[in-house]
Design a protein around this ligand. Sequence first.
Ligand SMILES: [Zn+2]
Length: 216
Amino acid sequence: MKDTCNNCGIIQILKIEVGRPASQSRNPKSQIGTRVGRGRFVNIKHMIRQIVLWGSEVLEHPSEPVTNITDAEIKLVQDMIETMYKAPGVGLAAPQVGVAKRIMVTDTTSGEKKDHLFTILNPEIVASEGEQFEEEGCLSIPGFSATVVRPKKLVLQGIDLKGKEITIEAKDLLARAFCHEMDHLDGKLFLDHISFIKRDMIKRRIKKLMRQGKWE
Ligand SMILES: [Zn+2]
């Protein structure tokens, strides 16, 4: 597992308000640091984590549900958000930073618009309808993409970082992002949704990059 800081030079110390679910944060970038208990702020160093790539075992198995939200989960989410923005990407699942927990973050505006950051623990898709066909890539499979069919609309349920139940109705890109990150939590990748021929071609090209030492 690659679960290391690859950018130790960037360490920010900020604060966030308690009581505002991650999904309602006014500024995604503000979710760095936390308050524990009543009024006690702790400064938590956050970091950009290394994104694990195709071939890593952690991407191939279903992740475990979160049963307890501790400082470790809060730190993980903060790191995931920073890592997603830095990449940049519109979503990231915990297995992609080497942690087999059912946690995902998404921001389809890459931090440009307010209120678009979602942090969802133990997410489930409870309803979906329609279809959309769009090109899809993955931070764990850099340089490759394929057209993947996803629901046009869906309803996602889960809990936020405070343990509050949340329900989100999503369509278009956000629905796609939710499906993509849900897949990661189930040990799947977008490659599992494309034809055998296309998948095989991509895998062979990745293996060639591996042999050349260019896949890390
Ligand atoms: Zn992905």
